[in-house]
Unconditional design. Sequence first.
Length: 70
Amino acid sequence: MKNLSIRIKLIIIFILIKILPLLFIAYIAYEGVLKLDTYLNKSTTFLYNQSKEIIINTANAPDFITFSKS
């Protein structure tokens, strides 16, 4: 390290202090986005199926309303 010029030393310090943490944070954010995508897909599919079931059950429900003639 003693043989390196001040310019090279500064570049190395910059990489260690700025670039590596930035890459680490980007990786964490990327993993978070993948997990969020998985969660949203599962949640959306569940809600779609639940809504579809409710609609089908409502459409197939017997008609309990009777009209009486007065």
